[in-house]
Design a protein around this ligand. Structure first.
Ligand code: MN
Length: 233
């Protein structure tokens, strides 16, 4: 099995190294990721300038860095490596829950895989993990999640979030309540007005959703689809 690993935190994020390491137990892994952090890049693509694709040292793995977006990385990765079976995106340092799916670069990389007719899985852990030790508790759970989603061959796109202390895995739906986008005014040292666009939760989570799963300590697996058409309308 050919597993392409990408992310939006950039190729030097500790999260992508952990994901690539565990994914290697399931197949042949290649890493293609942005050269700098592109979090919240959403599904943007780089169409107005050319892209580079440069070999990069990342432990014992074959890895390439791209001066583009997460979606660019998946397209270039699939172009250079024929017959990719699945794209794993992450481990993102910070949740991708509810309506943040719309602007997540992590989910966009997985979504680009689905657009190319491949399968895509986005994986996110709580913000704050930095050292290798911080990721240790997630590794057995990550193995279990990969075993589960790799077996679900009919699901083109799955969004996975890990709570800080998981107690199990459940399937959820995406929360549609307002989750983030709270604007916080501030000042720079010269007294000029600035604004922080934050990811602070705005409304409470509904039971059975991805956000609710994080509150309850469950690893959340949300199957997503590409068709946004409102069939009833
Ligand atoms: Mn990110």
């Amino acid at each position: 099995m050919r597993i392409l690993v990408s992310n939006d935190d950039g190729i030097y994020s500790p999260g992508i190294a952990v994901l690539a390491e565990i994914a290697s137990e399931f197949g042949s892994v290649r890493v293609v990721a942005p050269d700098v952090e592109r979090s919240s890049a959403g599904h943007s693509i780089t169409a107005s300038r050319p892209l580079s694709y440069k070999p990069t040292r990342l432990a014992e793995l074959t890895a390439y860095r791209v001066n583009g977006t997460p979606a660019d990385c998946v397209s270039l990765g699939a172009y250079h490596w024929e017959k990719v079976d699945i794209v794993l995106s992450g481990l993102n340092l910070g949740f991708n829950l509810g309506n943040s799916i719309w602007h997540s670069g992590t989910v966009a990389a997985a979504k680009q895989a689905a657009l190319l007719g491949l399968r895509g899985v986005a994986l996110s852990v709580p913000a704050g993990a930095e050292s290798a030790a911080d990721f240790e508790p997630f590794k057995p759970w990550l193995r279990q999640v990969l075993r589960t989603v790799l077996g679900e061959v009919n699901l083109p796109l799955v969004n996975v979030n890990f709570p800080r202390h998981p107690r199990g895995i459940i399937w959820t739906r995406a929360s549609v309540r307002r989750y983030d986008g709270k604007i916080v005014p501030a000042q720079d040292p010269a007294g000029r007005r600035l604004f922080w666009f934050t990811v602070t939760p705005i409304e409470g989570a509904e039971e059975g959703t991805d956000r609710w799963a994080m509150e309850q300590g469950w690893i959340s697996l949300t199957p997503l689809r590409l068709d946004l058409t409102d069939a009833h309308a």
